[in-house]
Design a protein around this ligand. Structure first.
Ligand code: CA
Length: 284
């Protein structure tokens, strides 16, 4: 703690996403039960334009990460409820965001244990704020380097604009496709009147939709590759891990939920397509 006596922000330091040209700030989740340390971290990160989320317990951290997926996590191991190592294990079930452990535990066994379950770096307390910030920047750079293939970060699915950078799904202002939702498809005698608008959709433009972390992970793999087949094993490995290559039932379940949320007609998807026996394809 002695290094943290002065919590004034340093005068220099790059913004959250150096060189990326995007205005989106990196969101960092800080999990720490010491109030003064939590405060010092928050002040220093905010001063560098990070979007800061904080939690004081492991369970609070997991709930927060699920509702607002962070780009990086700074994690204390000694937490009041569950151990920080358990938090790493749970996060790694769905998140690839870099995790930097910040702990008073200095034994090699503790470090190895945390790194083995999925932490990316380990900083021991007491620590110098400048070093922690440098490690955070390095972790985010590495993460950016491993990121998706550089495809589009926004995609339309029916009426929904899906933004992979901000994790927002917004109802588009105008209809992307004209829904042919005649009230009585069994009656061929009355053609749909042009201009009568999509009958069934009473959603307002700008309305937002919530997706789960798992659903976002699936879309992260599909949407940047418009028109391409993405194999089931690739998605299962990317979302759940290498031990899940065969669990195609997981994928069917979550794809069905995504279609119910995003497709105009989930029974006849036009954008989230199944290639039987092979995988899935995002068709713009
Ligand atoms: Ca602690």
């Amino acid at each position: 703690m002695s290094e943290l006596g002065d919590s004034r922000p340093e005068s220099t330091g790059p913004p959250g996403t150096p060189g990326s040209g995007r205005a989106v700030e990196n969101a960092v989740l800080i999990v720490e039960d010491q109030p003064e340390l939590l405060r010092a971290l928050r002040i220093n990160l905010r001063a560098r334009q990070y979007d800061v989320l904080t939690a004081r317990t492991g369970r609070e951290a997991l709930a927060l990460a699920a509702s607002q997926p962070p780009d990086a996590v700074i994690l204390d191991l000694g937490l009041p409820d569950i151990d920080g190592t358990e938090v790493i294990v749970e996060l790694r079930r769905w998140s690839k965001a870099p995790i930097i452990v910040l702990s008073g535990r200095t034994s090699p066994g503790d470090k190895i244990g945390a790194l083995d379950v999925g932490a990316d770096d380990y900083v021991t307390k007491p620590f110098a704020m400048a070093e922690l910030l440098a490690r955070l920047r390095a972790a985010l750079r590495r993460d950016e380097g491993n990121a998706d293939p550089g495809g589009p970060r926004q995609a339309m699915i029916g009426h929904w604009l899906v933004d992979l950078s901000t994790h927002r799904v917004t109802r588009a202002a105008g209809p992307a496709t004209v829904p042919t939702t005649g009230p009585s498809p069994a009656d061929p005698g009355s053609p749909p009147r042009p201009g009568s608008g999509g009958g069934g959709s009473d959603l307002e433009p700008g309305e937002t939709l919530r997706l789960t972390p798992t659903e976002w992970r699936i879309l992260e793999l599909l949407l940047p590759r418009p028109g391409q087949l993405v194999g089931s094993a690739q998605i299962l490995t990317g979302v759940w891990g290498p031990g899940f290559r065969q669990r195609t039932n997981y994928l069917r379940f979550h794809m069905a939920r995504l279609r119910r949320k995003l497709e105009d007609n989930p029974a006849r998807p036009r954008h989230l397509l199944t290639e039987p026996g092979m995988g899935y394809r995002y068709q713009p």
